[in-house]
Design a protein around this ligand. Structure first.
Ligand code: HEM
Length: 246
């Protein structure tokens, strides 16, 4: 697929793009309605609670958004498991020893101790870390959220001490998830020098050949059948590999 002077490669289909934005929307609702309850003494929290029509409706919105997060997480695990089982998806999010080596290689590269960055596949170690944070964190939030919602049902089967534990986990993981998304995810999607002013891949589903060569050289080689020169660097390597990148 070509634009004026740059070539793009398909990275995500509509299913993954819609899933991302549904998750993002539900997450924002949960963070706003959850943190307004946690920090209820602040003016901004009072303003948010009034915006949602009072504390009762804020809590209802939070709980039903929680159900939506549960459905999204469950369907993702189901679709991914079946996709991998029936060989329609590659298990590209599995963490390997190579990811740890890649992290060390990139740290060395950023410190100027090595001349070349790590050669990553479809997802690099940072993306895998974030992905598993969302999946495992999502399951934890759903489990602890349900325990806070239905404490009498839970304590019929399990010890009562679990409820304050669930509360501590839920409220602290909420703050952690919010801070990780604001600092790590938003930085990587908007402010990182590689994508500034905005990483558009999750809007269009397309990534430039130049970025593929630079950030996902192993996947690039696999899907194109083009062998990159040993120490490729984005733009130049794409040209060297036979296809102009601009
Ligand atoms: C990323 C997702 C979520 C975030 C960021 C989040 C955040 C929060 C926060 C900050 C609180 C306030 C805790 C406190 O007062 O210290 C809270 C309470 C609560 N959350 Fe969540 N939450 C999430 C997901 C869920 C889910 C999935 C459910 C249910 C299925 C849920 C159900 C509840 C319930 C029942 C409460 C107690 C307040 C109430 O009675 O409404 N939450 N949440």
């Amino acid at each position: 697929m070509y634009t004026a002077n740059r070539e793009y490669i398909k990275r995500f289909g509509p299913g993954r793009i819609i899933e991302h934005w549904l998750n993002a929307g539900v997450f924002v609702l949960l963070v706003i309605t959850g943190l307004a309850q946690k920090f209820h003494g602040y003016d901004i929290s009072q303003w948010i609670i009034l915006l949602f029509g009072g504390i009762d409706t804020t809590r209802v919105v939070h709980r039903y958004s929680g159900i939506a997060l549960g459905i999204l997480t469950f369907q993702h695990i189901l679709v991914a498991s079946f996709g991998i089982l029936f060989s329609r998806w590659q298990p590209s999010m599995i963490i390997h020893l190579k990811d740890f080596r890649d992290a060390v290689d990139n740290i060395r590269y950023y410190l100027g101790l090595s001349e070349h960055p790590a050669r990553c596949d479809r997802y690099d170690y940072k993306q895998k870390f974030e992905y598993w944070g969302v999946v495992i964190g999502g399951m934890l939030m759903v489990a602890t959220g349900l325990a806070l919602w239905f404490p009498t049902v839970v304590t019929r089967l399990l010890p009562g001490q679990l409820i304050p534990v669930a509360k501590a986990l839920h409220t602290n993981e909420a703050l952690l998830a919010f801070l990780v998304i604001v600092t790590w995810h938003i930085y990587n999607a908007i402010f990182s020098p590689e994508v500034l002013p905005l990483d558009t891949v999750i809007f269009t589903g397309k990534i430039s050949r130049e970025r593929m060569v630079h950030e996902h050289p192993l996947e690039y080689e696999r899907i194109t059948g083009i062998k990159l020169p040993p120490h490729h660097e984005g733009h130049a390597a794409a040209e060297e590999a036979g296809t102009p990148s601009s």
